[in-house]
Design a protein around this ligand. Structure first.
Ligand code: SF4
Length: 397
């Protein structure tokens, strides 16, 4: 049964409340849902219902197409001047001996390790430290491009930008212009956490506010550049805070159109100051993907980080609004594993990613960071690997 038929059947389900039928009809006729309807979905809608709506939108936009890219991460440091309560990654400066701080040469060595390999993106993000300032990052971006001009530099979040621009005494507009000139290609979605000040104050005190996060993306978009957005969910926030977060992203996207992808990030409770807060279930993860897909009617893509939610949940998510499962990673990020993600050494070959997507009947597409298609893997045949030879064992009579 196709997504359209499923939605028709749902709309005629006599067991559904009038409010939920009304939302389903809005989705069918491409109408935007309201803040209150978003909260209602979180409070009342069952997983099956949300899956039908989200999959309808996903298939209307992308059919079975499912995107991934070939990328690697650089995490300059795990030391940080901030002390976010949910963070399992950072070490406060006073515990410096437990951390790492890469020099510019060390970071360039990581880039050079991929010479000759078909990666298209370096994703660069980590803790905030004074020595990683405007000059340092400008020189780093320029040096990466000098070494490998076609590599897309997706780097830093408004948390870092707010800090380094403030230190350099320049405003956001000037700062983002300088970053663009230095070679920054796009901004990843991190640092958004939850915009609501009453929650942000508890879990991510001192770093940039939600408003500042949005302002920095807006300045970047004004330069004609693209970025992503995230939301950290499943901790102490309420459903209304999640909808408020989605609402603010949707409003900025109406204004600029600069966001490409929304990535919900699940709160993990290993080794951080919020370890007493239980994690939400996989069902809640899927509900959250679906509601994000329904609410963000002006975002083209919804992404699930397979390294964070496990390979099987990433497969499931493809039926709940997700159309992108991120990249090959090559075990270059510690952000997810240190927070307790199932994948402790996240790396998948292109063939493994393609098979993961095909196993559930979707259509794998390798993309670059800006969603230009690099390879359509639907009918692609990987070379058959030679099987190990077996020796005949001697038969003892
Ligand atoms: S979440 Fe980011 S800003 Fe906050 S402590 Fe961790 S590394 Fe630092």
């Amino acid at each position: 049964m196709n997504a359209e038929t499923n939605l028709d059947l749902l709309i005629h389900d006599s067991n559904l409340s009038a409010e939920l039928i009304n939302i389903a009809e809005k989705v069918r006729s491409n109408q935007r849902i309201s803040f209150d309807e978003g909260v209602l979905l979180y409070e009342k809608a069952e997983l099956g219902y949300l899956g039908v709506l989200a999959n309808h939108i996903r298939e209307k936009r992308h059919g079975d197409k499912t995107y991934f890219n070939r990328n690697f991460h650089i995490e300059p440091t795990n030391l940080c001047i901030y002390d976010c309560k949910f963070c399992s990654y950072s070490v406060l400066i006073k515990e410096r001996s437990e951390g790492w701080e890469y020099t510019m040469a060390e970071m360039l060595d990581i880039v050079k390790k991929y010479d000759g390999q078909p990666v298209t993106e370096v994703h660069l993000v980590g803790g905030v430290l004074p020595q990683y300032d405007l000059k340092f990052y400008s020189e780093l971006f320029t040096a990466i491009h000098k070494h490998r001009p076609e590599l897309h530099v997706k780097a830093l979040t408004p948390v870092e930008y707010h800090y380094i621009f403030k230190k350099a005494k320049i405003d956001y507009a000037t700062g983002m212009k300088l970053m663009k000139e230095a070679g920054l290609d796009s901004i990843p979605g991190g640092g958004a956490e939850i915009f609501a000040p009453e929650i942000r104050e508890i879990i991510a005190k001192d770093k940039c506010t939600g408003e500042q996060w949005l302002q920095i993306h807006e300045e970047w978009h004004k330069l004609g550049m693209r970025s992503n957005a995230t939301m950290l969910y499943g901790h102490i926030e309420e459903f209304k805070h999640r909808v408020d977060h989605l609402e603010q992203l949707r409003a900025l996207q109406d204004k600029t159109g600069g966001f490409q992808t929304f990535i919900p990030l699940k709160f993990r409770n290993q080794d951080n100051q919020m370890s007493h807060v239980p994690e939400v279930s996989v069902v809640e993860d899927l509900r959250n993907y679906a509601i994000s897909r329904i609410y963000l009617d002006n975002f083209e893509h919804i992404k699930a980080y397979w390294a964070m939610i496990s390979r099987s949940t990433a497969q499931l998510s493809l039926n709940f609004g997700v159309d992108d499962i991120d990249g090959t990673l090559d075990d270059t990020t510690k952000i997810y594993s240190m927070a307790g993600a199932e994948e402790q050494h996240p790396a998948m070959s292109t063939q493994e990613l393609v098979e993961l997507i095909k196993q559930i009947g979707r259509h794998p597409m390798e993309r670059d960071t800006l969603y230009n298609v690099i390879t359509d893997y639907n009918d692609f045949q990987f070379p058959v690997e030679e099987k190990p030879k077996y020796y005949q064992l001697p038969v003892i009579n």
